[in-house]
Design a protein around this ligand. Structure first.
Ligand code: FEO
Length: 623
C-alpha cells in the first residue's frame, strides 16, 4: 500500500524507509534505518526529484503511481546518481516513454556507466544557473560537485523557495511518521545521526560544502528537502550553522575526546585516569573504546570535539588494529584543525604513539601536545605526574571558553561594510592593547596579533602600527599597502591569540575557524567576534628598524562594533593567558611568558624554542 506525505500544496514525498539495512554503503551501521527521499511536484508538468534505493523500489512504485494517478511523469530531475537515489531510474524510463531526464553532463555519463539502455533522446542537459519552468514553478539548477559525488547538483524552486538539496542536510535514520524536523526534538534525538551522516558521507569535502553554502546563501530559502532524513521548514539556521561549522572543520564542543584501544585494560586505565583529571578541572570529556564503538561514530565525534587524545597499545610492532583503522579513517575524512595528545603502550617495544603521530602529520593544522605518554604494560605511580602534565597541557590549551560563556553573549556579529565610513569615536577604542592585524595579497588572507596601534594625527586621520618583520602579514602590508585592524575585547578567549599569534600564515590558514567572511570595503578580512572596533587603513609611509617596521597609514574606514571594553596588555596577562597548574613534583624549570608552556630542566638552552607558541628562550622565565 502506498505511503505518501504531503510537503506543500503540490509537492509530495513519495520516498520510502529501510529499517532492515545492516550497513549503509556497506560500511556504516544504521541502527535506526534510513530514508530514501523522493519528491513529486504536481505542477502543469509533473516533476520527480530523484528516486530511491533498490531495497525500497516496490513501495516507491506504489507511491509514485498513486500520487500521479492518471497523469504521466514529464520530468525526472536526477540530482545524484548514487544508486541509493537512482535505482528506479530505468523503471521510470520504461514506464513513461515521454519522460525527460533533467541532469548535467556528468550525470549523463554516469547513467551510461550504470545502464546500457540508450537514453540519449531522453536527456535534457542543464548547467549552472539554468532554469526550467514547469508551470507555476521555476526550477534553478546549482552544481554541487563532491557533495557527495562529482555529478551532484541541487535545485531551487523559486516559486515556493524550496531547496532540493540532494545529500546535503541529510541524516541517517528512517522517518517514523513525522516528515518535518520541527515535528521532533531534532537536537536531542537526531543531531548526532545528522553529524555522523555528514562526517562520514561528505566530511572529506568541506571546501565543496562551503562552496555550496555560499551559492545557496544567495537564495531566500523557506524549505530544505534533502535526499535522506527530515524536511526543514523552520529554524533552518540550526542545520545551516552546523554545516558551516562542520565544513570548516571548526569544533562544536571545546573539550577532550579520548579514543582508546586496549587489549587487557591497561591502556584504558591510563585513558580513564586522564579523563578523571580533566573532568576534575571542569573540562568536558568523552571516551570511546575503538574496538567496540563503530568507527563512523568516532569519526563524527572527532568532527565535534576540539581536543582529541588517542591512546593505543602496540600490536605487531604497529598501532592496534582498530585504532589504526580509525586513524586511517580520520585521515581520509580530512580530520584537521584539532589539538591532539597521544598515549602509547607496549610491553617490550612501544611504537604505536610515534606511528599515530606520523599518520596524523598528514592532516592539516593539527597541534600536537608535546610528548607522547609511553606506558610499559601498565601505568606506574610515578607516571601519574605525566598524566597530570598531559591534563594540564590540554587544559592550558583549552582556552577556558566555558568560563567566558557569559562574555560571549557580549560579542558583536556586525560586519563592517562598504557603506561604513569613518566613525571617529572608534579611535577611543585604541589603548596599549591587543589587535588582530589583517592583510590580503591576491587570494591569500592573513592576520597576526600586534600590540601597538596609535593615533598620530586627526586631520588627516592617521595611525601608526609596528609589525614584526618575521610575520607574513608584515610582508603582505609592505607589498599591498593596506590592512585592517580589529580591536580585541576583554572577552577574547585565548584561542584567538593562539590562532593568530602562535602559528605562521605561511603554513596555516588563520581564518580556518571562521565561518563568516567579514571584510572591509578594501576586501581585507577582519574579526566580528570579540572585537569592539574595526579600522581599514592605507599605508602612506614606512620606517624600518632592526626587527620591526612602522607603518604610517591613513584611516579609510572606522566602525564601532560593540561597547565591550578593549583588552589591554595587562588584562591579557592577568585574565586571559592560561596559568597551568604545575604538575605536583615539578622542581625546576622555565615557563613561557607568552603561552604558559613549562619546560622542566635545570638550564634552558639559548636556542630553545617553545613547542607551543614558537617564541624563543628570551620569553621564558624560571619557575
Ligand atoms: Fe545518499 Fe551520496 O547518496
Amino acid at each position: 500500500m502506498h505511503c505518501i506525505k504531503k510537503i506543500t500544496g503540490d509537492l509530495l514525498w513519495v520516498g520510502a524507509n529501510d529499517r532492515r539495512l545492516a550497513m549503509f554503503e556497506g560500511v556504516y551501521s544504521v541502527p535506526d534505518g534510513v530514508s530514501y527521499n523522493s519528491y513529486l511536484l504536481l505542477d502543469e508538468k509533473t516533476v520527480l526529484f530523484d528516486t530511491v534505493d533498490k531495497a525500497v523500489r516496490h513501495r516507491f512504485w506504489e507511491n509514485i503511481t498513486e500520487a500521479l494517478g492518471k497523469r504521466a511523469l514529464d520530468y525526472l530531475v536526477v540530482q545524484h546518481m548514487e544508486p541509493d537515489h537512482s535505482a528506479a531510474l530505468m523503471d521510470l524510463v520504461r514506464h513513461f516513454p515521454d519522460m525527460k531526464i533533467i541532469c548535467n553532463e556528468k550525470t549523463r555519463d554516469f547513467i551510461k556507466q550504470f545502464y546500457e539502455e540508450d537514453i540519449a533522446s531522453r536527456i535534457n542537459l542543464v548547467k549552472e544557473g539554468d532554469t526550467i519552468s514547469t508551470g507555476r514553478h521555476t526550477l534553478h539548477f546549482i552544481m554541487a560537485p563532491m557533495v557527495h559525488w562529482p555529478e551532484v547538483m541541487v535545485t531551487y524552486d523559486s516559486a515556493d523557495k524550496i531547496l532540493f538539496s540532494a545529500d546535503a542536510f541529510g541524516s541517517f535514520g528512517a522517518l517514523n511518521g513525522a516528515m518535518f524536523a520541527d515535528e521532533v526534538d531534532y537536537n536531542k534525538d537526531y543531531m548526532d545521526e545528522t553529524r555522523r551522516y555528514y562526517a562520514n558521507i561528505v566530511g572529506k569535502y568541506g571546501k565543496q560544502v562551503q562552496s555550496l553554502l555560499e551559492k545557496t546563501s544567495a537564495f531566500e530559502i523557506n524549505m530544505i528537502c534533502p535526499l535522506h532524513g527530515f524536511v526543514w521548514r523552520e529554524k533552518m539556521q540550526d542545520i545551516i550553522s552546523k554545516y558551516q561549522l562542520w565544513s570548516s572543520y571548526t569544533p562544536e564542543q571545546y573539550g577532550v575526546m579520548i579514543a582508546y584501544a586496549s587489549v587487557y585494560g591497561n591502556t584504558e586505565n591510563a585513558a580513564e585516569i586522564l579523563a578523571c583529571r580533566l573532568a576534575d578541572q571542569g573540562i568536558k570529556t568523552t571516551m570511546y573504546d575503538v574496538s567496540v564503538i563503530p568507527a563512523s561514530e568516532i569519526v563524527a565525534a572527532a568532527f565535534k570535539w576540539s581536543h582529541v587524545v588517542f591512546a593505543s597499545t602496540t600490536y605487531n610492532a604497529g598501532i592496534f588494529v582498530t585504532m589504526e583503522a580509525l586513524i586511517n579513517d580520520l585521515v581520509s575524512h580530512n580530520f584537521q584543525n584539532r589539538t591532539v595528545a597521544i598515549i602509547e603502550n607496549g610491553s617490550w617495544a612501544a611504537a604505536s604513539g610515534g606511528l599515530i603521530r606520523k599518520k596524523l602529520e598528514n592532516c592539516q593544522n593539527i597541534t600536537f601536545m608535546d610528548n607522547i605518554l609511553s606506558i610499559k604494560s601498565s601505568l606506574k605511580k610515578e607516571q601519574l605526574l605525566e598524566i597530570d602534565s598531559m591534563a594540564n597541557a590540554l587544559i592550558a590549551s583549552l582556552l577556558y571558553i566555558t568560563s567566558n560563556k557569559e562574555n560571549l553573549t557580549k560579542t558583536s556579529t556586525k560586519n563592517i561594510t562598504a557603506a561604513d565610513t569613518i566613525d571617529t569615536n572608534a579611535m577611543y577604542k585604541l589603548s596599549y592593547g591587543l589587535f588582530v592585524l589583517c592583510a590580503r595579497d591576491g587570494d591569500k588572507d592573513n592576520g597576526c596579533i600586534i600590540n601597538t596601534v596609535t593615533q598620530i594625527t586627526e586631520k588627516p586621520l592617521r595611525i601608526s602600527i609596528a609589525v614584526n618583520k618575521a610575520n607574513l602579514t608584515h610582508d603582505m602590508i609592505a607589498k599591498t599597502g593596506a590592512f585592517s585592524i580589529s580591536v580585541l575585547t576583554e572577552s577574547t578567549p585565548f584561542r584567538v591569540f593562539e590562532q593568530f599569534g602562535f602559528h605562521s600564515g605561511r603554513t596555516t590558514d588563520k581564518f580556518i575557524r571562521y565561518s563568516d567572511d567579514a571584510r572591509t570595503a578594501s576586501g581585507i578580512r577582519h574579526l566580528t567576534e570579540y572585537t569592539n572596533a574595526v579600522f581599514a587603513a592605507k599605508v602612506t609611509e614606512t620606517y624600518t628598524y632592526e626587527t620591526h617596521s612602522v607603518f604610517i597609514a591613513e584611516i579609510t574606514q572606522a566602525c564601532i562594533l560593540s561597547d565591550e571594553p578593549s583588552v589591554t596588555y595587562q588584562y591579557y596577562f592577568d585574565h586571559i593567558k592560561p596559568k597551568p597548574k604545575l604538575p605536583s613534583g615539578t622542581k625546576k624549570g622555565f615557563v613561557c611568558k607568552i603561552c604558559g608552556y613549562i619546560h622542566e630542566a635545570d638550564v634552558l638552552p639559548k636556542d630553545f624554542i617553545c613547542p607551543w607558541c614558537k617564541h624563543g628562550a628570551a620569553d621564558f622565565e624560571p619557575l
